[in-house]
Design a binder for this molecule. Structure first.
Ligand code: ASP
Length: 439
């Protein structure tokens, strides 16, 4: 059994957190490959080392003195090394980083040092080998991730090493410069290492016990999600449920490796399992509820619209021409609605409207703004009758007016559009009916 374990920034923010991490790793022989993030926040107002590095590098590029800021970064690592009495001296490493900053080694290089240095500290503390991902995680010339080459290289390199720490977040370009993934990208590295080593499980350790059925800022103490499929997660992540970097799914999914989201501060909690498919019956009809505010709907009406060949295409063309992608498109016989991101649409609104008037000659165009979309997601919906009915009766009881409904053809989700002011109320009503009343 081989497990790849990734620890997020808050799990490695201080000496105390390092101790917890070491205990977790040492308690299970199969936790052989460890992917750390850079030290994150120790308390709410604290700054992540990654952000400190970006700030420092910015000063370096402007030719300003960054001594004080750099000292603060050194202090983050040295305090961990000192407190844990790790036999490691990073002086030479810090000097190299500093001169590379002065030599403008790039923003990505700067940010990547957070993980690199933390990897050195963690490897020394655990007594594991240190493997630099620059040697085996590759990007292509155009900046996209080179999956095939990387997975092969990771497998070959790590096969010969019993236990290793591989810093997260970065890899190298064909010209050997450093490139990072987008923010939160250590999750992706963990997934790549799991796929490359053919691990049995990818454990992603963070500061929450997995995914919750809905946002805890809306519903107090929502129940955790024990098992979720990759598809369900995609739906929820798209609608704003964070925790795991979106791209972290692909490498392990391709290799059929499940992900277990775990809490470093509560290692006994089972967390959430993310799997390809499962025979496990979900506890509730729905797996999760997520949503976002900030949408507009363009409603177009025209008599006999459904008989007009190419009508839909002409409508969408106006959005495409203006670089606006649409999120949903519910339609009736003589009506069609295009749901778009309000902020993007606002900038091109008049161009699109005049394009629509000129090209499709509608009877009426009406725009609604300040709309929120809520996704109710669950593999359990397929085999249940009346899910939509229950959602709408719950919303009616909560006095929420439903402005739009869109059920995905996979019967995995139902998307509901409500006015932004009703958003929280609607989420609570849906949670209540499916979870609290266990329907
Ligand atoms: N340290 C990087 C960030 O703050 C990457 C990560 O933590 O996954 O985004």
């Amino acid at each position: 059994m081989v497990k790849v374990v990734k620890f997020g920034g808050s799990s490695l923010a201080s000496a105390e957190q390092f101790r917890k991490v070491a205990e977790i790793i040492h308690s299970d022989e199969s936790r052989r490959y460890v992917v750390p993030s850079a030290p994150g926040k120790r308390f709410k107002e604290d700054t992540k080392v990654t952000d400190m590095l970006y700030g420092c590098y910015e000063l370096a590029v402007k030719g300003k003195n960054f001594e004080k800021e750099f000292e603060a970064i050194k202090e983050r690592y040295n305090s961990i090394i000192d407190e844990l009495k790790i036999d490691l001296d990073l002086t030479a490493e810090f000097e190299t980083v500093k001169s590379c900053f002065i030599g403008r080694a790039g923003r990505d290089y700067a940010a990547s040092r957070g993980e690199y240095l933390n990897g050195l500290v963690l490897a020394a503390y655990l007594g594991y080998s240190f493997v630099d991902p620059a040697e085996m995680i590759f990007f292509k010339e155009d900046g996209s991730f080179d999956s095939d080459r990387t997975i092969k290289a990771v497998g070959e390199r790590l096969m010969t090493i019993e236990r290793a720490v591989v810093p997260g977040f970065y890899g190298s370009m064909p010209n050997d410069t450093i490139k990072t993934f987008s923010r939160g990208g250590s999750d992706v590295t963990g997934s790549i290492v799991a796929a490359g080593t053919g691990a049995d499980l990818y454990e992603n350790w963070t500061d929450v016990s997995g995914f919750l059925i809905c946002d805890p800022r809306i519903v107090e103490n929502p129940e955790p999600i024990r098992t979720i499929t990759y598809k369900e997660l995609r739906e929820l992540a798209y609608m704003g449920a964070g925790v795991l970097h979106e791209d972290a799914i692909f490498p392990v999914r391709k290799a059929g490796i499940p992900i277990n989201i775990k809490n470093t501060n509560k290692p006994g909690d089972p967390g959430t399992f993310i799997v390809e498919s499962t025979s496990q019956k979900p506890l509730y009809t729905i797996t999760g509820i997520a949503g976002k505010k900030g949408f507009s709907v363009v409603n177009i009406e025209k008599d006999m619209m459904n008989g007009e060949l190419g009508f839909g295409r002409k409508v969408l063309e106006q959005f495409e021409k203006n670089g606006i992608s649409f999120e949903h498109m519910p339609s009736g016989i003589d009506t069609m609605s295009i749901v778009v991101h309000q902020s993007e649409f606002g900038e091109r609104e008049q161009e699109i409207l005049s394009g629509l008037h000129r090209n499709v000659h509608p009877d009426l165009i009406d725009i609604e703004t300040d709309l929120a979309l809520i996704a109710v997601v669950g593999r359990g919906m397929k085999s249940e009758r009346g899910t939509a009915g229950r959602i709408f009766s719950a919303l009616a009881h909560a006095h929420v007016n439903v402005k739009m409904i869109d059920q995905g053809s996979s019967e995995l989700n139902i998307i509901i559009g409500v006015s932004e002011k009703d958003f929280e109320k609607a989420v609570r009503a849906i949670y209540e009916i499916f979870v609290l009343q266990r329907l």
